[in-house]
Design a binder for this molecule. Structure first.
Ligand SMILES: [Zn+2]
Ligand SMILES: [Zn+2]
Length: 258
């Protein structure tokens, strides 16, 4: 794959749009908001899921994936995240109440468990297939992160959900090989208080954030728009000229080339 594929791009789930899910290589995705409906049979190729945080729209397919994999796979599905994210999965999902604890359940006929939860560290690089993923801290939940996705000397910065985050602009300034920023813009600018309370961005906040960055040569793609307010958010992004250098609003199945 010479591009990453956005399987889910919505800030909420609708009949026609899934939530955050990015296929970065043959066997690896970031977040699991829309794997099963989009990949169909190919879903069995997925071996690695890197999580940005534990909110439901980013993990929703994981329990169903474990349910599918337990009788079909021979190696554990590896799920990577910061400690607080993995703690949430153990405490609130795979607790034998909401869902069986697939961390303890063997794949049928095999030694591996169905899922394996693997703690990652901020700023450490993780090579998977032919890409390298490097998590960086964001301001959204305890244990939230974005990722730099690199391949063949080119980079894409994927913010995932975040509020103001100076680290994004530092990373872009330090790494001129990052040619694309994929950033969330969840609410219209008039919802500034809700954006602060829920730790999301608006077009006006993104504009003021961008002023911290020296560079203006990277492309900006926006996603995670709350569907009810999409027309207003899109209008504001265009009026403020934030979709720079040929950027756009991402839709499910869009690809972004390295
Ligand atoms: Zn979130
Ligand atoms: Zn989200």
């Amino acid at each position: 794959m010479n591009a990453i594929e956005f399987l889910g791009t919505g800030g909420t789930r609708t009949r026609t749009q899934g939530t955050t899910c990015v296929r970065v290589s043959k066997h690896c995705v970031i977040d699991a908001g829309n794997l099963i409906n989009t990949l169909e049979e190919d879903v069995f190729k997925i071996e690695h899921i890197f999580l940005t945080h534990s909110h439901l729209d980013h993990i929703i397919d994981i329990p169903f994936l474990a349910d599918l994999f337990v009788t079909q796979k021979s190696i554990a599905l590896k799920i990577y995240g910061l400690k607080a994210t993995l703690d949430d999965l153990r405490q609130f999902i795979f607790n034998h109440r909401i869902w069986p604890n697939f961390e303890e359940i063997n794949l049928i006929g095999h030694d591996d468990k169905t899922i394996e939860l693997i703690e990652i560290e901020i700023d450490k690089s993780y090579p998977i297939d032919d890409v390298v993923l490097t998590p960086f801290k964001t301001d959204h939940t305890d244990g939230s992160c974005g990722y730099i996705i690199e391949k063949n000397g080119a980079g894409i910065l994927f913010s995932a959900d975040t509020y103001r985050c100076p680290r994004i602009w530092e990373l872009l300034d330090k790494n001129p090989h990052i040619h694309t920023l994929v950033i969330e813009v969840s609410f219209p600018s008039s919802f500034e208080k809700l954006a602060f309370d829920s730790k999301h961005l608006t077009p006006a906040l993104l504009k003021s954030e961008l002023e911290q960055c020296q560079r203006d040569d990277f492309r900006i793609y926006a996603m995670h728009l709350k569907t009810l307010f999409s027309p207003t958010i899109i209008h504001e992004l265009k009026t403020l000229q934030l979709l720079r250098n040929g950027g756009k609003i991402l839709n499910d199945y869009d690809t972004v080339a390295f």
